[in-house]
Each structure stands twice: as structure tokens, then as C-alpha cells.
Design a protein around this ligand. Structure first.
Ligand SMILES: *Cc1c(COP(=O)(O)O)cnc(C)c1O
Length: 380
């Protein structure tokens, strides 16, 4: 038997470059315009805003920076409460802490794994005046936006859409990220398109984006000397990085179709195994299937760890579901609003306990997929 190291590595979700990116990067080199800003940044912002259907966009160094600036733009400060999905990556809520505000973690609902409108309602009854609500579209499945936006509208609280995982996913015919007062995208290496690292903040309100560009370039006042009246950041995207983004954007639809095809292939492959359920879609939208995930029935003797171990032995990368933020030591002591009443396990905790993310790399070959699928099937 071959040992693990000699086997080809199959990744969870790694960058897929096409060569086209180099044309834009080359232009930046040829004009010596590698940094700081420059034409690629301007075009990348315009192209992404047009694609998403948002009025304006600011290209930034990361999705985390975009969430941080979104909170700053809404005036978040110490003493403020911010509601955020609990089942997410820590980047969704770390910026709340940067501003010394107080996160309140909202449970998932089982239909889409995203923020539960029922739990959100309960949160508003307990804390009627949060500064913002950060809604995540987990693994590229749109949240129940109609319900969530209606509740937030009733309380007149702005929504920040964390669409870091859901670029190209739609809800009722509109792109995710374009619904909230502010929308956030990430171009980290594992996302559906990548710039090697980067993010974007979008909004229909020009004022927000103008201010985001100002804050992301050290908040320099319009004076000849260096004067600062506000705290700034070094959060802007470079012209080289934006060039990669422009090239990747040309392949976004192709990436999405391939991600969706991987999901369908897993769905078909496990259709006859009742213990396996695919991560949910949203019938009011179209997921981008950034990652394909499964949950395993509680009664099954197979655990997510057993599946991950079996895949790992074949040098195949799989990952646990995000561990809910309300269960993280760093956020101990902050409130969590569950979907169900007392006595039931929280929906987010149940998904974490029974779920895992399957290899969702669009460069997977037919043989790779057969190996992944047969390795999993052999356990059931
Ligand atoms: C990746 C991700 C982010 C952060 O994006 P970075 O560009 O890595 O800073 C934020 N939220 C979610 C849900 C993510 O998956």
C-alpha cells in the first residue's frame, strides 16, 4: 500500500488560476503602477459593483477589514450591541471586538443553516437597539433574507451582509451582498475566486464607500501636511492584487458552475445512504456551493471524525463545520439566542456535531471524486 505522503493531495478548496490574471498584473508592472492604488483597483471595484448590482465598492486588504470598516461606518463603539450569526468563521465577529462592542450570537435555523429569524426576533425582544446585524450566507447558501430584513426594518437596524462565502449566490434573483446597507466579500485563497488575499465592501450609498476609502488609507485629512482627525487603517488593496481579481472575475461563473456540479455529484452519490444529508440549499435562491457539506444522522455509528480520518488516510482534505462562535473560549460570556426553546440542542451546535465539509476544489478530477466518494461510502 502507498503511504499517505506519496498520494496526490486533494484539497478542500484551493486557488484556481487561469493565466488571464497575469495580463492585468503585467499591465501594472509595465506602467510601474504596482502600488498603491491605480487602474486595476478602480476597474476591479467598478466590475465587482456592476456584477453584484451594488452602486459602489471599495477594494480592501481582506474581508475582515471590510467587516471592520462596515462597523466603523455605522458608528459602532464601546457599549453597542451587534447581532451576528453564531455558525460562522471568527472573522465575521472579531471586528465587533476590535471596536469594543458586545456581540450577541444568533443561532441557525435548520432550513438553510443561516441566522434564524425566530432567534433574531427573540434577540430584538431582549436587546431592542443593536447597532447592526451581521448576517452570513454560510457555505454559499443564501440566508432567509426576506424574513431577516423585515425584522431589521421593523427595528430600523442596518444589516451588514457577510457574503464572504457566497459571491455569485442569488436570493430572489438578486446577488447576495447587495441586500444589506453594506455588503462584504472575501478573496482569500480558499474562496470561490481569490486575489491571493483581499476583500471588498459594497453599498448603494456612495458616502459609505467614499468614507471607507478614506479610513482604509490612514484617514488623512485634506491638508498638505499629514493631519488626522480620525483613526485610520492601512486596509487598501494594491494594484497588483486587484489585477489578479480582475482576471479571476472573468471566471466566476465557471467556478460557480463547477462548484454546483460537485455538490450535485455528492448528492447523487450519497442519495442511497439515508444517514447522510447534504447541506441545505434555499429554494428562494441559488447557492454558489462554495463548500459541499454533509451531516450524518445521530443514530449512525459513523462519526464526522471517522469520515475525516478515512479521507485523511488517502491524503484528502476535509474539515469540520465552523465551530459556533458562542462555543469559542475567546467569546465566552457573551449571550447566545437559540432557535429552539430551552431543553433542545442549539441548531448550530447540532450541525457542528454531526457535520463536515467535503473536498470542494473545482480542479478535482473524475478520479479524485470517485476516490473521495468511494472512501466515504465504504464507511456506511
Ligand atoms: C473568509 C471569511 C471571512 C474573512 O475574509 P478574509 O478575506 O479571510 O479576511 C469573513 N467571513 C466569512 C464567513 C468567511 O468565510
Amino acid at each position: 500500500m502507498m503511504n499517505k505522503q506519496t498520494k496526490k493531495k486533494i484539497y478542500l478548496s484551493s486557488p484556481t488560476m487561469h493565466g488571464h490574471e497575469q495580463k492585468f498584473v503585467q499591465e501594472a508592472f509595465a506602467s510601474n503602477w504596482v502600488a498603491p492604488l491605480g487602474p486595476n483597483v478602480d476597474y476591479f471595484e467598478k466590475e465587482l459593483a456592476a456584477y453584484v448590482g451594488s452602486g459602489y465598492a471599495a477594494a480592501l486588504s481582506s474581508g475582515t477589514a471590510a467587516i471592520h470598516l462596515a462597523l466603523r461606518l455605522l458608528g459602532t463603539a464601546q457599549g453597542d450591541t451587534v447581532f451576528v450569526s453564531s455558525l460562522t468563521f471568527s472573522a465575521s465577529c472579531n471586528p465587533i471586538m476590535y471596536e469594543k462592542a458586545t456581540p450577541v450570537f444568533i443561532d441557525s435555523e435548520p432550513d438553510t443553516w443561516n441566522m434564524s429569524p425566530e432567534a433574531l426576533k427573540k434577540a430584538f425582544e431582549k436587546y431592542p437597539r443593536p447597532k447592526a446585524v451581521i448576517v452570513v450566507h454560510l457555505y454559499g447558501t443564501p440566508a432567509k433574507l426576506t424574513e431577516i430584513l423585515a425584522i431589521c426594518e421593523e427595528y430600523q437596524v442596518p444589516v451588514i451582509e457577510d457574503a464572504a462565502e457566497s459571491l455569485s449566490a442569488t436570493y430572489r434573483g438578486k446577488l447576495t451582498g447587495s441586500f444589506g446597507k453594506l455588503g462584504v466579500f472575501s478573496f482569500n485563497g480558499n474562496k470561490i475566486i481569490t486575489t491571493s488575499g483581499g476583500g471588498m465592501l459594497v453599498s448603494d450609498e456612495e458616502e459609505y464607500i467614499t468614507k471607507a476609502r478614506f479610513l482604509s488609507t490612514q484617514a488623512r485629512d485634506p491638508a498638505r501636511h499629514y493631519q488626522h482627525s480620525q483613526l485610520g487603517y492601512n486596509y487598501r488593496m494594491s494594484n497588483i492584487v486587484a489585477g489578479i481579481g480582475r482576471g479571476q472575475l472573468l471566471y466566476l461563473e465557471e467556478h460557480k458552475q463547477k462548484k454546483q456540479a460537485l455538490y450535485r455529484q455528492y448528492q447523487d452519490a450519497f442519495a442511497d445512504i439515508p444517514a447522510i444529508t447534504m447541506n441545505p440549499l434555499n429554494r428562494d435562491g441559488e447557492a454558489n456551493n462554495w463548500l459541499s457539506c454533509i451531516t450524518i444522522d445521530k443514530e449512525s455509528p459513523v462519526t464526522p471524525d471517522m469520515v475525516m480520518d478515512a479521507l485523511d488516510a488517502e491524503n484528502i482534505e476535509a474539515r469540520p463545520i465552523w465551530k459556533p462562535m458562542h462555543r469559542q473560549p475567546v467569546f465566552a460570556g457573551y449571550d447566545f439566542i437559540p432557535h429552539h426553546n430551552e431543553g433542545n440542542i442549539a441548531v448550530s451546535e447540532d450541525i457542528f456535531a454531526r457535520g463536515l465539509c467535503l473536498p470542494s476544489d473545482i480542479k478535482n478530477t473524475e478520479e479524485d471524486m470517485e476516490l473521495i466518494i468511494s472512501t466515504i461510502r465504504s464507511l456506511f
